[in-house]
Design a protein around this ligand. Sequence first.
Ligand SMILES: Cc1cc2nc3c(=O)[nH]c(=O)nc-3n(C[C@H](O)[C@H](O)[C@H](O)COP(=O)(O)OP(=O)(O)OC[C@H]3O[C@@H](n4cnc5c(N)ncnc54)[C@H](O)[C@@H]3O)c2cc1C
Length: 431
Amino acid sequence: MPEKFDVIVVGAGPAGTSCAYTSAKNGLKVLLIERGEFPGAKNVMGGILYRKQMEEIIPEFWKEAPLERPVVEQRFWFLDKESMVTTSYKALEWGKEPFNNFTVLRAKFDKWFASKAVEQGAVLINETVVLECIVEDGKVVGVRTDRPDGDVYADVVVLADGVNSLLAKSLGFHKEWKPEEVALTVMEVMKLPKKVINERFNVNDDQGVSVEIFGDSTKGALGTAFLYTNKDSLNIGVGTTLSGMIKKKMKPYELLEYVKEHPMIKPYIDGAETEEYLAHLIPEGGYNSVPKLVGDGVIVTGDAAQLVNAIHREGSNMAMTSGRLAAETIMRAKESEDYSERTLDYYRTAIYDSFIGKDLKKYKDATHVFEENPQYFEQYIPLMNRAMGTFFTVDGTPKREKQSKIIKSFTGKNGRLGVAKDLYRAWRVVK
Ligand SMILES: Cc1cc2nc3c(=O)[nH]c(=O)nc-3n(C[C@H](O)[C@H](O)[C@H](O)COP(=O)(O)OP(=O)(O)OC[C@H]3O[C@@H](n4cnc5c(N)ncnc54)[C@H](O)[C@@H]3O)c2cc1C
């Protein structure tokens, strides 16, 4: 007879490992299945890991986890071809306990995190692909893997298999994601000496910077580029919705080369050597794309459930909280030995009551509105750059004349009413 577990978790990313860790810590018999050579081997992230949600799983994890730098400054750059408008927030407090967020390299972090789940008693098997869920009488009762005699059984199967989530799809929980529901992102880890990073970003060894870059970095398409500081490397990447890429006929690797060559960005990466090249999808459909989250004997977590806040580039934290909430739901269900959809529905309620549901709801129309109205990225960012250029160039033109020229540049194409409507529309979707 094949062995039976309380929980089988598919995928050892932040969602799956959080679930495995919490379940095992509370005495459940857990099997964590990962297709990679080790957890993190295939995982991709720009690199910002949020302290709060990780700490809810492992208190004071920063004393032990392989982290890069605590982020003390968040910069935002709005690029035109040869200029940029910038804003930033720097807080020395973020460089001290309990910190705000950290840069991480997933290959190191995920491996360490999964080892903590194993310490709690979870069984981890790597290099094993879950091919399908085993369904009996409409209930998920286990998984079929690519190993010989590879069927394993459990009271609950937790799907934490990431954005593609073929398993949730095959259960009929969602259809193929549409091109506007996912962003295609490419990134490089580039080696650069610590001292050079510190000088270029104006930080010391224990401080990091995150830079989010809009406008010309995506050639006006809906998306962003990013530049994050690790200890002795930089993460640089760019992504747009798949539909944006298709519409603008852009190739992701060409877009990344464009970003690396941009005159506002190039000086920061000058002399850095590419160590790794990575590409991945990010689920960006938001609130309206969240699929069915529970069924009889099954729960969907993290990217597999579209739990990403694209506006604030928060995904790993939502994945962790969803994994933890899945574990807590299973612990409750175990008390009554009832793993039906009705009992597991506690998870769905918990997700929507948490910051995940609330934040996704707040921005529920944002992606759609920005996608349907390309003027925000295509027109307004270059106009903002030109307005700054006009205002700050000392050429003898009286300031009032400059002001009216700037206003005309904004209203010229869309009219005052058009600009007012755009402002109102943008405010409504982010308010
Ligand atoms: C370029 C990029 C930049 C990002 N930047 C940030 C950021 O800065 N901050 C942030 O918070 N979020 C960021 N995100 C989002 C974040 O990476 C995800 O939201 C998060 O990783 C989701 O975690 P997860 O556990 O749900 O899925 P994943 O991390 O994708 O993990 C899924 C796991 O399942 C395994 N798996 C898949 N299918 C199977 C199978 N059939 N059998 C066995 N194993 C399987 C995979 O190998 C993988 O280990 C970024 C994403 C990308 C692509």
